[in-house]
Design a protein around this ligand. Structure first.
Ligand code: 5AD
Ligand code: SF4
Length: 513
């Protein structure tokens, strides 16, 4: 056990805690470092350390020779990007990507814990892999990502899924070579989950999934602790990357010809608050990135509480930060927002929306909404519907509330029947559909700029891509359009996409030499 792991909780402490349930540590001769939600909740004052010296130890360099890997990713963009990093590590170890999960020598499930149905999908996949482990005992099966950070999940895997060889969390993906080595050598399941975040590791290898669009982490973790949300426990405290590291990564992506980046964080508006030696926030980062020759910059996700006027000002200038703002509201009722711990009111949310719309008239606003929070009344739900009408969101991701172990909301009693919640969700989705279709319809006859990503999923002869406001456009055009920004005239709006006629490829305009 090294110093970093010791900080996260000693084996003695963990063994004692587990006595309440079952003390599994006695069965382990190898790494046994399970998660603790209680530890994960603590927010220490210790300064974030930046590690730019990451290297893969020479002794691991041939580990993957003649072996293949496959990573199945669930959940959000943060997970998608973690998968790119793990793929980078696998390739640095000499592994190659398997074209079929069931043929791979190492299978990783990079999991999501945000709602119960996301977790159920993973458990059923692990169950399906039992046969594989019986037929090919030498293959390694690993579980990583947010679910691994939950005590209840690790206990369930220990109890019911002995086909799993390794479990590791979100804070130690850079330890993948060591974890694989342990798993090859040990007969027991290797469990190495750090409850507390470690350093920010800068120069991890990556195999990006896309040639035109790239994810760029700007910060990790979340300190908001909305009462329903497991993320502050699974992703640790807020840690911003240094601006110079982010800018260097974006410059490098521009040099490689990437056309679009998405700045990622659980709450990007908190960016910079933890940087103790400089006054530098997301608005400043936007300004610096606007000088780089990347045509499109997206950002996600924003918390309405700390969306600053400076950010609005920079987006309004019309540079490369796209005028599409995803601003999760969760509910339109003050009492519900209060028990959710969202720290804003309906009125202050609407005030922010009005300021955004005044400064950026062509803005596209989208949102997230949770339906069926414990004890939500019909009247409270109707306030969510009326807020939707007031804002006229172009789209929304809507969810039934899902109870998450360890969160404050999990202790709330709930008097609302599931049927009632489902019926409310349907009513909300009808409204979402109405406004989404209306937003698409408004494009008929307009000329839009599309980042052409390749052939459409449905028809190989049709090209597809997205507008800056994230509308899917299908059109026929030359193959040279792939990877380019192109002008398309919209002929027809469908329910979820637009059909158009290709006009021309947009010539690049250098923003920065
Ligand atoms: N139940 C339902 N939805 C949730 N979200 C987060 N936690 C939960 C939960 N426990 C939703 C929120 C958030 C989005 C990413 O997922 O709407 O914005
Ligand atoms: Fe979860 Fe709230 Fe943090 Fe978003 S801001 S990740 S909903 S705690």
């Amino acid at each position: 056990m090294n110093e970093e792991q010791r900080k996260a909780g000693s084996l003695d402490v963990i063994a004692q805690r587990n006595k309440k349930e079952k003390d599994y540590s006695q069965y382990f001769e190898t790494v046994y470092q399970p998660p603790s939600l209680k530890e994960a909740k603590k927010r220490g004052k210790e300064e974030v350390k930046y590690n730019r010296d990451f290297q893969i130890d020479e002794k691991f360099k041939d580990m993957g020779k003649g072996r293949t890997f496959f990573i199945k990713t669930y959940g959000c963009q943060m997970n998608a990007h973690d998968t790119e990093v793990m793929a980078g590590i696998f390739e640095a170890l000499g592994y190659t990507l398997a074209d079929d999960m069931l043929k791979a020598d190492v299978i990783l499930l990079n999991t999501c814990a945000i709602r119960e149905n996301a977790e159920n999908k993973v458990f059923s996949e692990i169950g399906n892999l039992k046969h594989l482990k019986r037929d090919r005992p030498d293959c390694l099966i690993g579980v990583c990502g947010c679910m691994s950070q939950e005590e209840s999940v690790v206990n369930k895997i220990l109890k019911s899924f002995q086909n799993v060889d390794m479990i590791f969390g979100t804070h130690n993906i850079h330890k993948l070579p060591e974890i694989l080595e342990e798993a090859y050598l040990s007969k027991a399941m290797v469990i190495d989950v750090w409850s507390k975040e470690g350093d920010v590791i800068e120069n991890l290898p990556k195999v990006r999934d896309d040639y035109f669009k790239a994810w760029v982490n700007i910060m990790y973790g979340c300190d908001k602790f909305c009462t329903y949300c497991i993320v502050p426990f699974t992703r640790g405290k807020e840690r911003s990357r240094r601006p110079e590291d982010i800018i260097e990564e974006v410059r490098d992506l521009a040099r490689q010809g990437y056309k679009e980046i998405t700045l990622l964080g659980q709450n990007v508006n908190s960016y910079g608050k933890d940087l103790q030696d400089i006054e530098y926030g997301l608005g400043d980062l936007f300004e610096d990135i606007a000088k780089i020759d990347i045509p499109r910059v997206r950002f996600t996700t924003s918390h309405p509480w700390d969306f600053t006027d400076h950010m609005i000002e920079v987006i309004a200038k019309g540079g490369n930060i796209v005028p599409h703002i995803h601003l999760p509201v969760q509910s339109g009722n003050d009492a519900v927002l209060k028990i959710m711990g969202r720290k804003y009111t309906r009125e202050s949310y609407l005030d922010l929306v009005n300021r955004i719309k005044a400064a950026i008239p062509d803005v596209a606003l989208t949102t997230d909404i949770i339906v069926g929070y414990p004890n939500e009344t019909e009247e409270q739900f109707e306030e969510t519907l009326s807020l939707y009408d007031e804002v006229e969101f172009e789209h929304a991701y809507t969810y039934l509330y899902s109870q998450r172990d360890g969160t404050p909301a999990a202790r709330m009693k709930d008097n609302v029947a599931t049927e009632v919640k489902k019926e409310r969700l349907q009513r909300l989705n009808k409204k979402v559909g109405y406004y989404s279709e209306r937003a698409l319809k408004a494009y008929e006859g307009e000329v839009v700029t599309v980042l052409c990503e390749g052939s459409s999923k449905k028809d190989e002869n049709v090209l597809a891509g997205y507008t800056e406001k994230n509308k899917l456009v299908n059109f026929r055009g030359p193959k040279e359009a792939i990877g380019q920004l192109v002008k398309v005239k919209i002929d027809e709006a469908k329910q979820y996409s637009l059909n158009g006629t290709f006009l021309n490829i947009v010539e690049a305009e250098a923003v920065e030499a």
